[in-house]
Design a protein around this ligand. Structure first.
Ligand SMILES: *Cc1c(COP(=O)(O)O)cnc(C)c1O
Length: 421
């Protein structure tokens, strides 16, 4: 048992999560040892092209030098916050977010993860008018703490933990009639992702988000836009809200905000909501670690990089190229692949049947490309590489995918004709 991978697999089995250990071993994942730019390296020094990008965390790639530099400077001065002195980094970051997020969003509350940003959004919305009901979407994903999972649209993750927040209603994503019927004077907020990530990469139909805002506002409810995965350029715009110019009342951010170096999340909202929720008691909702110096320094550096390197534009261009490539693979394998969809570098390939995605992922890994399926829809492989991906790397990823699908198709055919024993 001297092989380092065996040792760690065994530690997982004994001390972390036995089922997860089996799942990861089955897929063929090794031991991560370091990462840089587009690549993750295993214990033997093999490089893997990262087409998962940490579910959207690594928009800038791994260990972007500017963010690492900002992190080192913060470590050498003050990584966390005293919480009593004024924190300039946090104030500057809040100002920056106000200037780049949709009109009307002015204030920020900082947290350490996506689900904490969603929790804050739900609490703020609940307090805003004292109403109980949240309207969310089927297949939507907002995190796994109690509040967030209460509005996450997959029963498998909710049922074992009931009773959850009362009064969550689910409507099909993209269905305005259903939304209109579900929203009432009891509604605190409508919560929605502009592109459902874990639900299987579903882009909101044109005009849907603006109409959702209108439906919510008509009864005095809020629109919470969950941009935890879509924010920071992923979809070809800094925020996916920009595609149709929607103005949410609350917006959640996390994943890529820390530049792939530190965890940081934020709830950004209107002055009206802030006044109502924090006006009387500024400490009504707080976080010990949220808004730390290190986290805010990294987020500021991340925003600089996203702008300097034109990452939203790159995501749009390289995403187009990648989508075309994936589409060609679909055309060649029409029996196996049902659909290619997505926007920018948030792309999904849906297979026509279950359990194909797992095999394709394993075959891609053998070819040195990391991919994964979406949490709420295991038939869909997601392509969310760092936005710094080159055209050659797009080609490489698409070729690896094409070969992996071909190999899987061959395997399935052999099984069908009884040729495998
Ligand atoms: C990942 C994700 C979350 C949860 O973020 P965590 O950091 O995992 O808690 C919430 N909303 C969306 C849209 C996400 O993609």
């Amino acid at each position: 048992m001297n092989d380092p991978l065996d040792v760690v697999t065994d530690l997982y089995a004994q001390y972390v999560n036995p089922g997860l250990a089996r799942l990861m071993s089955f897929a063929g994942f090794g031991l991560e040892s370091r990462a840089e730019g587009m690549y993750v390296y295993d214990q033997e020094g093999n490089a893997y092209l990262d087409c998962l990008g940490g579910y959207g965390v690594f928009a800038l790639g791994h260990r972007h030098p500017k963010v690492v530099e900002a992190a080192k400077a913060a470590l050498d001065s003050m990584p966390l916050s005293s919480k009593v002195f004024f924190n300039e980094k946090m104030a500057r970051l809040a100002e920056r977010l106000a200037s780049i997020t949709p009109d009307g969003l002015q204030y920020s509350f900082f947290v350490n993860s996506g689900t904490e940003a969603v929790e804050a959004a739900l609490k703020f919305a609940r307090h805003y008018r004292g109403r109980p009901v949240f309207v969310a979407t089927e297949g939507g994903y907002h995190g796994k703490t109690f509040g967030s999972v209460s509005v996450t649209g997959r029963e498998k993750y909710r049922t074992p933990f009931e009773p959850l927040l009362p009064g969550a209603l689910f409507v099909p994503f993209g269905d305005l009639d259903a939304l209109n019927q579900a929203v009432s004077e009891q509604t605190a907020a409508v919560i929605v992702e502009p592109v459902q990530g874990e639900g299987g990469i579903h882009v909101a139909p044109p005009g849907y988000l603006n109409a959702a805002a209108e439906i919510a506002h008509k009864v005095g409810a809020l629109l919470i836009l969950d941009e935890v995965q879509t924010g920071m350029g992923r979809t070809g715009k800094m925020f996916a809200a920009e595609h149709e110019g929607v103005q949410p009342d609350l917006m959640t951010l996390a994943k890529a905000l820390g530049g792939g170096v530190v965890p940081v999340g934020a709830l950004v909202g209107t002055a009206e909501v802030w006044e109502q929720v924090l006006g009387e008691n500024p400490l009504l909702h707080t976080s010990t670690f949220g808004g730390g110096q290190l986290a805010c320094a990294c987020a500021l550096a991340t925003l600089d990089v996203v702008e300097e390197e034109g990452l939203p534009q790159r995501a749009a261009e390289r995403g187009q190229l990648m989508k075309q490539g994936l589409q060609q693979v679909k055309d060649a394998q029409a029996d196996l692949i049902a659909e290619v969809r997505g926007i920018g570098l948030m792309l999904g390939v849906e297979f026509a049947m279950d359990e194909v995605a797992e095999l394709v992922i394993a075959h891609m890994l053998k070819r040195g490309v990391i991919a994964a399926y979406t949490l709420n829809n295991p038939r869909v492989i997601r392509f969310e590489p760092p936005l710094i991906i080159t055209e050659q790397e797009v080609d490489r990823a698409v070729n690896a995918f094409g070969e992996a699908v071909e190999e899987t198709a061959g395997l399935l055919q052999a099984i069908e004709s009884g040729g495998v024993n």
